[in-house]
Design a protein around this ligand. Structure first.
Ligand code: AMP
Length: 196
């Protein structure tokens, strides 16, 4: 499978699981574009755009931004790619978003080949996020970290069975060094036709 073949992958998992790091490394390895909704929204806030101002309060509280806004954002990003070879990090986060992604990809003839679930125990996650907060991310104070885990369990975790039912879910142990996790993802992706 070459660098011209349309392809989509989703990295799923709770906040702090390491999705962003792994999505970045795999995007480079596979010649794909990482689409990280959290990064995009933080850039909008930093640039002081209307969108940034709209989402700032919600993000600070650790809550989810509206589905409609995220779906429009993803549609915009997909329209920039030709061919579409995208790794999604932090999207979808709700079943509504997952259904929208399904339609957007189908319309463009892009197969979603796998959903990588990074599994990390909650105590490890809270510590990881708290230490990121000490490095200056203002949405990552410990209370907000707890809120984000709660929001994940309520809104996003149902996507685990959603994708398992569709035969797309690949579970990966997310505890360990980035290299160890990368290697585990490699052995999952080797089993998926049409990727490596
Ligand atoms: P992240 O960096 O992926 O943890 O995202 C940081 C914050 O951005 C989240 O806590 C949400 O407030 C917002 N956000 C990012 N992606 C989404 C999404 N797919 N749906 C709703 N809100 C999102």
């Amino acid at each position: 499978m070459g660098a011209e073949t349309p392809l989509a992958l989703v990295f799923l998992g709770p906040p702090g699981a390491g999705k962003g790091t792994q999505a970045q490394r795999w995007a480079s390895a596979l010649g794909m574009t990482k689409i990280s909704t959290g990064d995009i929204l933080r850039q909008e806030i930093a640039a002081g755009t209307a969108l940034g101002q709209q989402v700032q309060g919600v993000m600070r509280q650790g809550k989810l931004v509206s589905d409609q806004l995220l779906i429009e954002l993803i549609e915009g990003r997909l329209s920039r790619l030709s061919p579409v070879r995208a790794i999604f990090d932090g999207f979808p986060r709700t079943e509504v978003q997952a259904e929208a992604l399904h339609s957007l990809l189908r319309e463009r003839g892009v197969p979603l080949r796998a959903v990588l679930l990074l599994e990390v125990p909650e105590a490890v996650l809270i510590e990881r996020i708290a230490s990121r907060g000490r490095e200056g991310r203002d949405d990552d104070a410990i209370e907000v970290a707890r809120k984000r885990q709660q929001v994940y369990r309520q809104e996003t975790e149902p996507l685990v069975s959603y994708y398992a039912q569709r035969g797309l879910l690949r579970r990966t142990d997310g505890v360990g060094s980035p290299d160890q996790v990368y290697a585990r993802i490699a052995s999952e992706l080797e089993q998926v036709p049409g990727i490596c």
